[in-house]
Write a protein that binds this ligand. Structure first.
Ligand code: ATP
Ligand code: MG
Length: 198
């Protein structure tokens, strides 16, 4: 039997405990061998709307945050591929690398609403089972079943945390502690990330 691999894509600018709690709960609920927190190289949805922290720095933050938590890992396929990051390409690449694996694409409720705008979405549907995790501030998406997806839902603790809020906190000198794992906070402070106005 092949591996069951979860792919949790994001900009992770920066990673926070909302991401990590969702990832470990999806892994446990679905019996996934591992969940890859897949760092977007150029997040095409966000490019041009705000300055995005360098991909290598965001990847280092995810690595620091994941530490040695069993079954969680930081993924750099999209960095190594370069250019804009599309889940269709990432899932195709993972399928090529692990032909026997079953792939699960984990998305929060807010992202689920954007799926129709994704590049080559039909290909994504063929390659992965969609895993919906609840996120405060977004409604529960409906009708995806009828749209040809294989969908499962995983209930995770509601944590009202976003990278957008964390970037404001950092810029204003408010604490990031306990919203981001300590190792990643250390990386942020030692590299002077998000420190606008401090
Ligand atoms: P930003 O505010 O910059 O958009 P974000 O907090 O939404 O950042 P992303 O990197 O955009 O983080 O999200 C990556 C994935 O994590 C998405 O599928 C998103 O729905 C999910 N996610 C982010 N925060 C949470 C949370 N608090 N609870 C559950 N899922 C979350
Ligand atoms: Mg987001």
């Amino acid at each position: 039997m092949g591996e069951r691999i979860g792919v949790f894509g994001g900009t992770f600018d920066p990673i926070h405990v909302g991401h990590l709690v969702a990832a470990v709960n999806a892994r446990a609920a679905l019996g996934l061998d591992r969940v890859i927190l897949m760092v977007a190289n150029v997040p095409w949805q966000k490019a041009g709307t705000r300055v995005v922290t360098g991909a290598e720095e965001r990847f280092a933050l995810v690595q620091a945050a994941v530490g040695d938590v069993p079954g969680l890992e930081a993924g750099r396929l999209e960095l190594d591929r370069g250019g804009e990051s599309y889940s269709a390409d990432t899932l195709a690449e993972l399928h090529g690398l692990h032909p026997d694996a079953e792939l699960f694409l984990v998305v929060g409720w807010d992202v689920a609403f954007d799926l129709p705008s994704w590049e080559r979405i039909e290909h994504v549907k063929e390659l992965a089972t969609l895993v919906l995790v609840n996120r405060p501030g977004a409604g529960r998406p409906r009708g995806l079943d009828g749209d040809g997806w294989r969908v499962v839902e995983v209930s995770v603790p509601n944590l009202e945390i976003s990278s957008t809020d964390l970037r404001s906190r950092a810029a204003e000198g408010r604490p990031l502690d306990y919203l981001i794992p300590e190792s990643a906070v250390h990386f942020i402070t030692s590299h002077g990330l998000y420190a606008v106005g401090r």
